[in-house]
Design a protein around this ligand. Structure first.
Ligand SMILES: *Cc1c(COP(=O)(O)O)cnc(C)c1O
Length: 422
């Protein structure tokens, strides 16, 4: 009996993997292009052993820091980069870019619908007012996306045609909204439209989860600034913390002045013991992102074969790491997340429970057995405990681990009777 069940799963996995071969190849081709880009930048700036060492105190003349920032700028095709362990998260990096550019009385527009939760708080759309853009007198307008999940051109034109806008933000990833990611081609079209209407507006792309999922970055498609987290894609799973801002040098400088102080800007900022993990992580990032994407494609195809719906579909193009899986009930969500946790290298024995996370209306359950706390290029899953019962899975440092974890989740769902019959 047991043997026959094993065999059935083996046959299924085999079928799924044969189906996704070409999709995986195409993801590997993206990694191939990006790996060359990254290596070229390392070679161009002659990265060497001395750069991997860290600095203390003020961190003046830290060559490792300067060269790493040059490497980022070259890969993102920008004039400048700010890449720092002192940037605590993606939210912080984006907030630096926003507060760096915006001044009281300025107008900010989000052109991709509802911002990621933490950014809503930064803007002043959340519960707290303290220190938000709103408190600083910055007005805010949001343009919803169209019914196909792409830009709503008419609505965008109306907003850009009325008053002067200082800054427009485009969020590449769908985040946890349920919407799809926007491709770099789509972002390029939006940026052209914005620049035609308001040439002086600064365009910032929230690039979280997007880096290296395509062969071009938004900064190669007209964005003035892009920002993200080092414990997501560009850290390659190795960077222990940090964030980055890349773009036009005066704008990156403005963000640096927010990070430290006016007059100091990017000139100070130590690393502590070493830069190695930041360099090595960035070097590995194109490959690791490819592994995470291939894991997601496997998961999507597996769940499709089991009769569950997941988005994006396994055959669809991707511009972020997020994989949604729709489940029949809250019980199924718990079963899924617990199985992902069990299949994690760290804290596999811990049983995730739903908890009331600050800022969220419903309890949230999270599976995250990661080496870096909250590191979401490592395989993790989370879901709000409310209908439609939808789990968001992201990451996977290796395809093998991603495959294993998705398989554990599928088998746990079957054992608990949560899979559709057939
Ligand atoms: C993760 C994420 C952020 C915020 O990053 P943190 O590091 O969690 O602060 C912002 N925007 C998007 C789209 C994200 O996925």
């Amino acid at each position: 009996m047991q043997g026959r069940n094993e065999e059935r799963w083996d046959v299924l996995v085999d079928k799924v993997e044969r189906r996704i071969i070409r999709r995986r190849r195409s993801i590997e081709r993206t990694a191939w292009v990006n790996q060359q880009k990254v290596l070229e930048a390392f070679r161009h700036f002659r990265v060497s052993d001395v750069h991997l060492r860290g600095s203390t105190g003020y961190g003046y003349n830290d060559r490792g820091r300067e060269i790493l920032e040059n490497v980022y700028a070259r890969v993102f095709r920008t004039e400048a980069a700010l890449v720092r362990p002192q940037i605590v998260s993606g939210t912080h990096a984006l907030a630096l870019a926003l507060f760096g550019v915006l001044r009281p009385g300025d107008r900010l527009v989000y052109a991709t619908g509802e911002p990621y939760d933490t950014l809503r708080t930064v803007i002043g759309e959340g519960e707290s007012r303290e220190g938000t853009l709103r408190e600083w007198g910055i007005t805010y307008k949001q343009v919803e996306l169209g019914p196909d999940g792409g830009p709503d051109w008419d609505a965008l034109d109306r907003v850009l045609g009325s008053v002067a806008v200082r800054m427009v933000v485009l969020q590449r990833s769908g985040g946890y909204s349920g919407r799809r990611a926007l491709s770099v081609d789509e972002l390029e079209q939006v940026i052209r439209r914005i620049k035609r209407r308001q040439p002086d507006a600064v365009v910032l792309v929230d690039n979280c989860y997007g880096e290296f999922t395509e062969t071009r970055e938004p900064t190669e498609a007209g964005a003035d600034l892009a920002a993200g987290s080092l414990i997501k894609n560009p850290g390659g799973g190795l960077a222990p913390t940090g964030g980055y801002v890349v773009g036009r040098s005066n704008l990156v400088h403005a963000a640096a002045c927010r990070l430290t102080a006016p007059g100091i800007g990017g000139e100070a900022g130590p690393t502590g013991p070493e830069w190695r993990l930041f360099y090595q992580g960035f070097f590995l990032a194109p490959h690791t992102v490819s592994q995470a994407l291939q894991s997601a494609v496997f998961g999507a195809a597996l769940f499709e074969a089991l009769g569950l719906s997941s988005r994006p579909g396994w055959a669809e193009d991707r511009s972020d790491l997020v994989q949604q899986v729709d489940l029949p009930s809250g019980e199924a969500v718990l079963t899924f997340c617990r199985a992902i946790q069990q299949a994690s290298p760290v804290d596999s024995h811990v049983v995730p429970e739903p908890w009331a996370m600050p800022g969220y209306p419903d309890p949230v359950v999270m599976a995250a057995g990661t080496f870096v706390q909250g590191g979401s290029l490592e395989l993790s899953a989370d879901a709000p405990m409310r209908p439609p019962f939808r789990v968001f899975v992201q990451g996977g440092l290796t395809y093998e681990h991603g495959k294993l974890a998705y398989l554990c989740a599928a088998r746990a769902l079957e054992e608990a009777g949560h899979l559709p019959r057939g």
